[in-house]
Write a protein that binds this ligand. Structure first.
Ligand SMILES: Cc1ncc(COP(=O)(O)O)c(C=O)c1O
Length: 381
């Protein structure tokens, strides 16, 4: 990402004015407004705003634990091509992590692998780099096998699948990240959406110390009756295990501003991606990407998957020499990371290993110039 925000100058101007005039900057009415608007964008009943995508993932698992939907020691499967803080809370909260292999062509979980999962209580799918697998089918298999489906949609905000649904619409809870490098930035920030009222209430508790202040009056009353607290002590009663993962009004204000421009932002990303992809397709040393299950592709980066490691090294060198910032494919095979392999045995994940060795990516942002686009096209040819 070249800038912190889409339409950076205008957004920063408005932000300065907002800060000067807003008395309370800790979590307040703008956070609620942003949650409502985001939930509406996603056709979801509820949304809970967090201080990061990582916090959102942590809160999802703590919510399931607090609601006794899963218990310590249960197995949770996850996409092996994902971000560290998608996997870390699985380990930190005492679950057993089960990595699942991906398809090379869309970087997402292989639907068939889910059929082979044994005694798995939840599946954390990552819709990597704007792509998705057949989420409808994944949801169906999960339902049959009584697996709780959770989506990490931090990298695919706005992707619409061939069933005409936004990615993030399939999980019992789905997380998003608004870190600067993602589709839409609130500097730092994250969101969880859900259609389940009990999960919504618990997410808000997990976000704020385990107390009941942001909950509905009915839930507050129920808790106060159950735990026999009076109105003096109730505000300082901590009902459940929780954290402080709160965002601020500053993040919410930016979120509301960026949300107004989100459609334009995503259309531009999509247009730029496919301009460059035309050149990618002509290069026989690269693996064609699969958009089979996608109706509208919402990229925040451009994955380059080479057929061989030697070609990857050659191409990467060329990109870097031309000052294109590149990075490993997300963080590569996440089970190769020290935090993971220091605890768990090596697993057989051939496609993820392939992408780890033969892939890299560079950013796509909506305000790329024609000069930048042409350079990228040239590098592929
Ligand atoms: C798939 C995925 N999940 C979660 C996160 C974490 O988001 P954040 O940086 O907002 O904590 C990222 C960050 O890049 C990500 O790519």
């Amino acid at each position: 990402m070249q800038n912190a925000f889409f339409d950076e100058k205008q957004t920063k101007k408005k932000l300065s004015k907002f800060i000067l005039n807003k008395k309370r900057l800790s979590m307040d009415n703008y956070c609620v407004k942003f949650e409502k608007k985001f939930a509406k964008f996603h056709n979801s009943k509820y949304a809970v705003f967090f201080n990061s995508g990582s916090s959102s993932n942590l809160a999802i698992l703590q919510t399931l634990l607090n609601l006794k939907k899963i218990k310590v020691g249960d197995s949770i499967a996850f996409s092996s091509l994902t971000w560290a803080t998608n996997v870390m809370p699985i380990i930190q909260l005492g679950f057993k992590p089960i990595p699942v292999d991906i398809n090379k062509e869309n970087l997402n979980i292989k639907e068939s692998v889910i059929n082979n999962l044994k005694n798995c209580k939840a599946l954390f799918v990552t819709n990597a780099l704007g792509f998705c697998s057949d989420l409808q089918e994944i949801k169906k298999i999960c339902k049959k096998k009584k697996i709780i489906l959770i989506e990490d949609n931090a990298e695919a905000l706005g992707t619409i699948n061939t069933n005409n649904k936004l990615t993030g619409s399939y999980g019992e809870m789905s997380s998003f990240s608004f870190f600067v490098a993602h589709h839409m930035s609130t500097i730092e920030g994250g969101m969880v959406i859900t259609n389940d009222f009990k999960k919504y209430e618990m997410l808000k508790m997990v976000r704020s110390n385990g107390w009941d202040r942001q909950l509905s009056l009915r839930t507050q009353k129920n808790l106060q009756n159950k735990y026999n607290t009076d109105t003096f002590y109730s505000k300082y009663t901590f009902y459940n295990l929780a954290y402080n993962l709160r965002p601020t009004e500053i993040n919410a204000f930016i979120g509301l501003e960026q949300l107004k421009k989100l459609k334009k932002n995503l259309l531009q990303r999509n247009r730029i991606f496919f301009k460059i992809y035309k050149s990618y397709l002509k290069n026989n040393n690269l693996v064609n990407l699969s958009f089979e299950k996608i109706k509208f592709f919402s990229p925040f980066s451009f994955p380059v998957i080479c057929k061989t490691n030697s070609y990857k090294n050659k191409l990467l060198k060329k990109f870097l020499k031309n000052k294109v910032e590149c990075r490993p494919m997300i963080a590569g095979n996440i089970t190769f990371q020290p935090f993971y392999k220091n605890i768990f045995k090596k697993q057989n994940l051939p496609n993820c290993e392939f992408v780890h060795k033969n892939g890299f990516y560079f950013g796509i942002h909506p305000e790329m110039t024609n000069k930048q686009i042409n350079l990228l096209k040239k590098l592929f040819s």
